[in-house]
Design a protein around this ligand. Structure first.
Ligand SMILES: CC(C)(COP(=O)(O)OP(=O)(O)OC[C@H]1O[C@@H](n2cnc3c(N)ncnc32)[C@H](O)[C@@H]1OP(=O)(O)O)[C@@H](O)C(=O)NCCC(=O)NCCS
Length: 157
């Protein structure tokens, strides 16, 4: 059989009833099809960064608050992010942003900047978990200077 050396990135059309929000919360109690959408983006994230672990699965039982992110016309979901109640890398007992991934076409267009104020309002001064992509590090240094973790972001690659 022919070896396939590439991956597709599929984006799903948003069902009409979920088009009311640019940032749809998804928890363990959400319908499976929403959790599967978050899982799809966790897989894209894992593939892009060649992580050894998949950060999220649709049927997992650990607590989380994830979000499905849409483009401004709310036709398709373009990415996701996921918070968990504690850090995975330190003893910090604080909600942390574990991962975020946006489709490449929708990067550098202000999506995260637009969502950031509300994320900070809903989740407080959360830690963003390293390791950081260069894009995420730039974002944190430019747009998150009020955070108590700012010096940490400056010193961690
Ligand atoms: C990181 C990511 C979530 C940023 O979201 P975004 O919607 O593209 O970011 P925004 O357009 O809102 O913000 C842009 C700011 O972030 C920084 N930034 C984003 N991408 C950047 C890049 N490729 N290079 C340098 N800076 C970048 C800049 O500081 C920029 O500020 P400016 O526009 O004022 O110069 C998105 O690029 C992404 O999903 N990347 C792939 C996955 C990833 O890196 N996840 C984080 C793992 S730690």
């Amino acid at each position: 059989m022919k070896r396939v050396d590439y991956y597709r990135i599929d984006l799903k059309q948003i069902p009409r009833k979920y088009r009311c929000s640019e940032k749809l919360p998804v928890t363990r109690a959400s319908p499976l099809k929403l959790r599967k959408e978050v899982e799809r983006f966790a897989i894209y994230f894992q593939r892009e960064f060649e992580y050894p672990v998949q950060e999220f699965t649709a049927k997992e039982k650990r607590p989380y608050t994830a979000y499905l992110l849409s483009e401004s016309k709310r036709r398709v979901w373009i990415g996701a992010c996921c918070f968990r109640p504690q850090s995975g890398v330190s003893a910090l007992d604080r909600e942390t942003l574990r991962w975020i991934w946006l489709h490449p076409y929708y990067r550098m267009k202000g999506v995260l900047t637009g969502a950031w104020t509300k994320l900070r309002a809903d989740h407080g001064d959360f830690l963003v978990e390293p390791p950081f992509s260069p894009a995420m590090r730039h974002f944190l240094l430019k747009h998150n200077s009020s955070s108590e973790f700012y010096s940490f972001y400056r010193n961690v690659g």
